[in-house]
Design a protein around this ligand. Structure first.
Ligand code: AP5
Ligand code: ZN
Ligand code: ZN
Length: 214
């Protein structure tokens, strides 16, 4: 399957991705994760992306479209993929359609993580991540076995630089202004499925499974 996960910061896209990936053998392409890796490695791409990311603004369409175009060519992504955090503007959505058309494929489903803004600050400020695996924890909702350490590797967890209340505010503004139109774009194509993303993680997972098996 070829899937898109769309929703505001903290809505659970990254948390649900591993379950979907394991159930359907898809590759997980998260533009945010790829950009953070580029920033950490100080690549030319990372240097260009850092300023916008630190402010909670979107990186330019050309940069992210380039990353996705490159990543989708990987052999492991030929049978299907999950796009997490892409497309985030209507221009990105149109570019994606063009890329897929060239390959003779198309998106099967767009999962919209619908949730009220008021819940998101607590989710974002309590988040801890294991950078190399992408595993996500939360001090209250999904605590690691040992505080501050990854359950699998025992390596230290970190917090994201943009996970502050002030930067969250601009990320949410960007979502409402630039990304909500993308939800309408897929709604008009008839491939949109709305998920109740405020429910506990396991319930969201079973909603995802329901949508994907129907
Ligand atoms: P990105 O990394 O994509 O961040 P985001 O969209 O803001 O989304 P998050 O990763 O914050 O949220 P999530 O939905 O994955 O939440 P999670 O599952 O971790 O992008 C970062 C930046 O990169 C952007 O601001 C932009 O600058 C740039 N960028 C990326 N893509 C771009 C693009 N296409 N175009 C332009 N710029 C781009 O969950 C959050 C927390 O809540 C966790 O602690 C988790 O444990 C907890 N949690 C999850 N689900 C539940 C639940 N059901 N109940 C309780 N707690 C839960
Ligand atoms: Zn994420
Ligand atoms: Zn809105």
């Amino acid at each position: 399957k070829r899937l898109i996960l769309i929703g505001p910061p903290g809505s659970g896209k990254g948390t649900q991705s591993p379950m979907i990936k394991d159930d359907y053998c898809l590759c997980h392409l998260a533009t945010g994760d790829m950009l953070r890796a580029a920033v950490a490695a100080k690549t030319p791409l990372g240097i260009k992306a850092k300023e916008a990311m630190d402010k909670g603004e979107l990186v330019s369409d050309d940069l992210v479209v380039g990353i996705i175009d490159e990543a989708m060519k990987k052999p492991s992504c030929q049978k299907g993929f999950i796009l997490d955090g892409f497309p985030r503007t209507v221009v990105q959505a149109e570019k994606l359609d063009e890329m897929l058309e060239k390959q003779g494929t198309k998106i099967d489903k767009v999962l919209n993580f619908a949730i009220d803004d008021s819940i998101l600050e607590e989710r974002i400020t309590g988040r801890w991540i294991h950078p190399s695996s992408g595993r996500t924890y939360h001090t209250k909702f999904a605590p690691p076995k040992v505080p501050g350490l990854d359950d699998v590797t025992g390596e230290p967890l970190i917090q994201r630089k943009d996970d502050t209340p002030a930067v969250l505010k601009s990320r949410l503004e960007a979502f409402h202004r630039q990304t909500e139109p993308v939800i309408d774009y897929y709604g008009s194509k008839g491939i949109l499925a709305n998920l109740p993303a405020e429910k506990p993680p396991k319930e969201v997972t079973s909603e995802v499974q329901k949508v994907l098996s129907s």
